[in-house]
Design a protein. Structure first.
Length: 160
């Protein structure tokens, strides 16, 4: 009987922690339901010259039920934009052989509903100003926090 009384406070403390964990998990799942527009039929275009990085990003988005198209070069990316009109385009700022700001301006003038999120290892002040003046929705520095990226994708999708 003495051992039972000794364990009782520990058991109560454990049950309180368990309840807090359940509440936290339910709040997180409730947060996921708060998005304004359903994203089941979203179209996300990833434009990145680093094949390994774009495959990882695409797989991580797929795990979270977000489908994405991948383009390693600018020409296929423009074809996807013209033919499929993505909702959100995620673009690497330092693509080889092209001025990405021109691409953003083209996409935003031709297809204004396409939201553009730009990724880069480093943004200068000039890059930031030019990106926003070109119509970019947001800028994210690499390495990308996938949760931040998904949050931005959802916000951009809702603001189209």
């Amino acid at each position: 009987m003495k051992n039972f009384l000794f364990c009782w406070p520990h058991l109560r403390l454990f049950s309180h922690y368990l309840i807090l964990i359940v509440i936290e998990l339910s709040l997180q799942s409730f947060d996921l339901l708060l998005w304004v527009k359903p994203m089941e039929k979203n179209k996300i275009l990833l434009v990145e010259h680093d094949e390994d990085l774009v495959k990882i990003m695409s797989a991580r988005l797929k795990i979270r039920n977000l489908k994405s198209e991948v383009a390693l070069k600018v020409e296929p990316a423009l074809e996807i934009v013209v033919n499929e009109k993505p909702d959100v385009m995620i673009l690497d700022l330092k693509m080889l052989g092209i001025d990405c700001m021109k691409m953003i301006r083209y996409v935003k003038t031709t297809y204004p509903d396409v939201q553009v999120i730009i990724l880069s290892h480093h943004f200068s002040i000039k890059d930031r100003m030019e990106a926003f003046l070109s119509g970019a929705y947001a800028l994210l520095e690499k390495p990308v926090d996938i949760d931040k990226l998904i949050c931005l994708i959802r916000q951009a999708y809702n603001e189209r």
